[in-house]
Design a binder for this molecule. Structure first.
Ligand code: E4P
Length: 222
């Protein structure tokens, strides 16, 4: 499973790239708004910092406007993926962009039939939002299970990019189901590596190690 960072903060991207575990980045207008930078600046910095795909979201809601923005963003760097909302104008735009060979990420997906349409339109990725479904009392994870089954039934190549993942349990569950990608806030990415028993176990091993007689280094040796 691939890991993307859900952020517009280039420092977080650089840190995750340094771990050697990051496959790409997703951004959205709300995340970009927090940076105080222009969208172009954010995109260029992030696209340079990570070797994988970087999702850039259009804000137009009609096909002509979405296409204009898509072409503008796609020209900024070769790893830009155009993120498009799951509305009819968006699906038409995805179809056109996929014919042009431009990669797309269809976002704000909340049902399996929406995901099916995105796949039929030729989307590279579809982003179901698990956390926001949980927030309104639905089971976000069930949506991932449904989409996985439907895409496998028909051999769709569209990748399931799980969005709005709020913690390690979401990551575990979607990995078991077989999602292709999960995008995470940096703090959740960090949580994946942490366990209190690892920390206490390491502390104990290091304390005990101090009690082990150490070999003397040979004199003049390196
Ligand atoms: C994904 O592309 C979205 O930017 C993101 O995952 C939304 O997450 P949220 O529901 O925590 O805002």
């Amino acid at each position: 499973m691939k890991f993307f960072l859900d952020t517009a903060d280039v420092e977080e991207v650089r840190e995750a790239v340094a771990w050697g575990l990051l496959d790409g980045v997703t951004t959205n207008p709300s995340l970009v708004a927090k940076t105080g930078k222009t969208f172009r600046e954010v995109l260029c910095d992030i696209a340079e910092a990570v070797p994988g795909p970087v999702s850039a979201e259009v804000t137009a809601t009609d096909m002509a406007g979405m296409l204009d923005q898509a072409h503008e963003y796609a020209d900024l760097a070769s790893n830009i993926v155009i993120k498009i909302p799951l509305i009819v104008e968006g699906l038409k735009t995805v179809k056109k962009l996929s014919e042009e060979g431009i990669k797309t990420n269809v976002t704000l997906c909340f049902s399996s039939t929406q995901a099916l349409l995105a796949a039929k339109a030729g989307a590279t990725y579809v982003s179901p939002f698990v956390g926001r479904l949980d927030d309104i009392g639905h089971e976000g994870i069930e949506l991932i299970r449904e989409i996985r089954t439907i895409f496998d039934n028909y051999d769709f190549g569209t990748q399931i990019l799980v969005a709005s993942a709020r913690g390690p349990i979401h990551v575990r569950d979607v990995a078991i189901i077989g999602a292709d990608v999960v995008t995470l806030p940096f703090k959740v990415f960090e949580m994946l590596a942490k366990h209190p028993l690892t920390d206490s176990g390491l502390e104990k091993f290091l304390d005990d190690w101090k009690k082990v007689p150490q070999d003397k280094k040979p004199e003049g040796g390196a």
